[in-house]
Design a protein around this ligand. Structure first.
Ligand code: NIG
Ligand code: FE
Length: 420
């Protein structure tokens, strides 16, 4: 066969194969499909073959000379999929970082007009072009740290024209940057200050104006709601998500993050593709997620920046048969682009094993954004989004933390980042 390039001699090649149709559940989550002395062949932007180095070398057609990328002593795996990130916003919130250290809670800061409101002000002032420039910096950092597909949520405009501007900036980013960016409309992020005394008016604006426009103009695939005490209650969240469904936007929920509100149950009820956060999910909520096979997207960096003692109950979720994924929750409160850090936090604070964390950050993460047929594993015909990590085995990825272990990122078959 003719290949454009081949990666040879990986100490461990993690295929994550066999879970493109349904996510990895229970004990399957720890099965990475490891090939020792592994190799991948690439043709244009696709994976052409996967196997041992001997097998792939045999497939190389005599007389052809594919580019050889040597991975001796390294770990090769699919690019990370980050299925929960807030993108294309302006401004930063390091002042709140200090306030939190001094004892203020996230909700206190939000209720006093800080938090999301501060980012909304800055984002409204910024042009689409500025948002794209800022987003590019974010995506560049994500790429260097091994993310090749990311979800991007709006939610810092909270007015029709500014929500559309943010979504259009996200669309621009997808077009100009090597990373694939999957857009989510999150007009229901908080009730903007102008509507503080009449939240129903804002809910109506989201349902009657924003959702139809976003859907008709193809600006998003998903619709997310922050279901939380003092933000959107379950009933409002349900109405918004049901409206989204009428317009073929797939529901997602910021669920049971600060309080046990029933966000997980709502996600199951409306057939959401994912329920995210879940720090305070009830046993009933876990059962509902398992039954409806909603992906639980866990965000340990958020628990970390909120200085929570209790993280999401990953072990309980896995044992109950809920598909579990991991994401950064990159936002101005949770400023990390690094899925490598997420793996370390997932292992040490949620007691996921390195293998489970890697599956949750690749194939299961792809399921959380409807991309499991194109990314998340190394299998023939999938997009050639591949990481070469400078570690002798996969456990080193979360174990050796706080530095960037990525040696090369191959995106759509081309080297998009190289450490040397
Ligand atoms: O997922 N919880 C709500 N939304 C974001 C935070 C957004 C912000 O603070 O700007 C989250 O953590
Ligand atoms: Fe979030």
């Amino acid at each position: 066969m003719h290949f454009d390039s081949v990666i040879l001699h990986a100490a461990e090649l993690l295929t994550l194969a066999g879970a493109s149709h349904t996510p990895k559940l229970g004990t399957e989550l720890a099965e990475l499909g490891i090939i020792k002395d592994g190799a991948v062949a690439i043709q244009e932007n696709r994976i052409a073959a996967v196997g041992t180095t001997r097998e792939i070398e045999k497939l190389v057609k005599a007389g052809t000379r594919p580019k050889v990328i040597d991975a001796t002593g390294k770990t090769v795996l699919p690019g990370f999929v980050d299925p929960h990130a807030h993108l294309a916003f302006a401004g930063t919130r390091e002042k709140e970082f200090v306030q939190k250290i001094q004892g203020a809670s996230y909700m206190e800061i939000l209720e006093a007009g800080g938090g999301i409101n501060v980012t909304v002000k800055a984002t409204r002032k910024a042009s689409r072009k500025t948002l794209v420039r800022l987003g590019q910096h974010t995506l560049n950092r994500m790429l260097r740290y091994g993310t090749t597909t990311v979800e991007g949520k709006s939610g810092y405009g909270l007015e029709p024209k500014h929500e559309y501007k943010q979504l259009l900036a996200i669309r621009d980013l997808n077009l100009i940057h090597p990373i694939d960016v999957v857009p989510t409309f999150m007009g229901a992020h908080v009730v903007p200050q102008k509507y503080k005394d009449r939240p129903e008016h804002y809910v109506k604006l989201v349902m009657e104006k924003m959702i139809p426009t976003v859907a008709k103009k193809g600006m998003a695939e998903f619709c997310d709601v922050f279901a939380e005490e003092g933000v959107f209650d379950i009933n409002q969240s349900r109405r918004i998500l049901n409206r989204a469904k009428e317009y073929d936007l797939i529901p997602k929920v910021h669920a049971d993050e600060m309080t046990t509100l029933g966000g997980a149950e709502l996600a199951a009820e409306v057939g959401a593709i994912s329920a995210d956060h879940l720090l305070k999910v009830s046993n009933q909520g876990i059962q509902a997620l398992a039954k409806a096979q909603v992906v639980a997207v866990l965000l340990p960096a958020t628990a970390f920046v909120l200085m929570e003692k209790e993280y999401a109950p990953a072990r309980k979720l896995i044992d109950a048969g809920v598909p579990v994924a991991l994401a950064t929750d990159y936002n101005p409160n949770c400023m990390t682009e690094s899925m490598q850090l997420i793996l370390t936090l997932a292992c040490l604070n949620m007691r996921m094993t390195p293998a489970e964390a890697i599956a949750a950050a690749t194939i299961n993460a792809a399921h959380a954004i409807n991309r499991s047929h194109v990314v998340g594993s190394l299998e023939p015909n999938k997009q050639a989004d591949i990481l070469i990590i400078d570690t002798p085995n996969h456990a080193h990825i979360p174990y050796h933390f706080g530095i960037n272990l990525v040696e090369k990122v191959i995106k759509n078959g081309k080297i998009a980042f190289s450490a040397q």
